[in-house]
Design a protein around this ligand. Structure first.
Ligand code: 2HG
Ligand code: ZN
Length: 453
């Protein structure tokens, strides 16, 4: 191997520069098996100083870098295109003490969401973002992609939790603004610019996040409704009447039937429904009565199962949360992540099957997602061969409904050709200028987010 690998070994130690194909393999493919790329080597630094030294060495050698967190991304943004150094942040796992006065904590980018949640809970607090990949998704990845998840209805996306970051530019310069004054209008907000920048501007190495009161008591309902319209009527009631609303998720008969057959789950309700909504309420006192009362008054409710104990709640959540793994166990899906204004959701869901059937007549489409934001995950099984066509048709339909072509998973490598359906030419040009200012050589995550000229 070359001088660059030797230099990287000098920075991180021999054991953390991987060049053997079998050792690199798990970093070169995403877990859905949809994105592959060969890395020149995998390098695993232990802290910000090592990340800076790695980036300086790569800059000196003129080699591009792909940044990877927990490798749970769904748009190929953390997998190399081919020939880059793969910079894994998996060893940046420092959990600093929780600042209970400020209700904040600083953690390394490689800390998993679950480890952050447990750390916050041990100090009597909680973290406001939660999602199904919690055991593997890393905090750095959550920030770099501005991850959403199932608590957006209460706390907003990841960017709303981020107080400050430490990050390294492509030339090795360290930007550290972890603990800014609570009110601070002193220029550009670089922290927020890095949220959702998908590793194209800098490598985030440490993050300071705000924490929220712990969930306390919780109640979950799985509600059968007559379709999208019913789900929206239920959402309107939930938003108007529940002071404790913490999640409102949507799935449909097709997905619930797949989840049931893969996971061998019993029927959740007395009969099958076209659509299902999972509602979670949390509060200092038991929210079950408030939830049951709202459900009793809502004419959209066909049937509902309610659980207040932890085991019962987990059973109900499984019908929604195991969609991704049940789909993955069945095949390699065309995976889209879109959102439309709520008043367009019914029309979109009605129109999608026809649009998909026109290019993939035998495909099986599974829709589920985050009802409150009109954010649907469109997974199409049996359409791999015509994936680009399906993507194109669906994203054009979404744009016609004034929606986003990537609601929470980011643009990655997968969605760059369609970025102009959601962002204007002028906006994309301004983004290119920002990219050039931070990373003039285009060395960080090339091919991610911004389309090739
Ligand atoms: C979810 O909401 C994730 O469960 C994954 O965003 C979505 O697998 C998907 O399409
Ligand atoms: Zn999601």
């Amino acid at each position: 191997m070359s001088a660059l690998e030797d230099a990287l070994r000098g920075v991180v130690g021999d054991a953390h520069v991987l060049t053997d194909d079998d050792l690199k393999a798990s970093y070169e493919t995403d877990w859905t098996r949809r994105f592959h790329g060969t890395a020149r080597c995998v390098v695993r630094p232990a802290d910000t100083a090592q990340v800076a030294a790695v980036l300086r060495a790569c800059a000196g050698a003129g080699v591009a870098v792909t940044v990877q967190g927990g490798n749970t991304g769904l748009v190929g943004g953390g997998v190399p295109a081919g020939g880059e150094v793969l910079l894994s942040l998996s060893r940046l796992t420092a959990l600093e003490p929780v600042d209970t006065l400020a209700a904040q904590v600083t953690v390394g980018a490689g800390v998993t969401l679950e480890a952050l949640q447990n750390h916050a809970r041990a100090a009597g607090l909680d973290f406001g973002v939660d999602l199904a990949a919690r055991s593997q998704a890393s905090v750095g990845g959550l920030v770099a992609t501005n991850a959403g998840g199932i608590r957006v209805v209460r706390y907003g996306s990841t960017r709303a939790q981020v107080v400050g970051v430490e990050a390294v530019l492509a030339d090795g310069t360290v930007l550290s603004r972890l603990d800014p004054p609570a009110k601070d209008n002193t220029g550009y907000d670089l922290t927020q610019l890095l949220c959702g920048s998908e590793g194209t501007l800098a490598v985030i190495t440490r993050v300071r996040v705000r924490l929220v009161p712990p969930a306390g008591e919780a109640a979950v309902a799985l509600v059968g409704v007559d379709g999208t319209e019913g789900a929206l009527r239920l959402l309107a009631d939930a938003r108007a009447k529940l002071t404790t609303l913490a999640a409102a998720e949507l799935c449909y008969a097709e997905g619930v039937s797949l989840v049931r057959s893969v996971g061998r789950l019993p029927a959740p309700l007395s009969e099958d429904f076209p659509a299902y909504v999972v509602i979670e309420c949390t509060g200092r006192t038991d929210p079950t009565d408030e939830l049951v009362e709202m459900l009793g008054e809502c004419e959209a409710v066909g049937d509902a199962a309610v659980a207040s104990d932890a085991a019962g709640r987990a059973k109900l959540w499984a019908y929604r949360e195991t969609h991704t793994e049940a789909i993955s166990a069945t095949g390699v899906p065309v995976k889209l992540d879109i959102c439309v204004p709520l008043d367009r959701l019914t029309a979109l869901v009605d129109e999608l099957p026809g649009v998909i059937a026109a290019v993939a007549p035998d495909a099986r489409t599974i829709l589920f997602g985050h009802l409150n934001e009109g954010n649907l995950h469109v997974n199409v099984l049996g359409a791999e061969a015509v994936g680009e066509k399906v993507t194109d048709e669906v994203l054009r339909l979404v744009a016609a409904h004034r929606g986003s072509i990537s609601s929470e998973h980011g643009v990655g490598r997968a969605k760059t050709p369609w970025l102009d359906l959601s962002r204007s030419t002028e906006e994309i040009e301004a983004m290119r200028r920002v990219k050039a200012a931070f990373d003039p050589e285009g060395r960080l995550n090339p091919g991610v987010l911004l389309p090739a000229r």
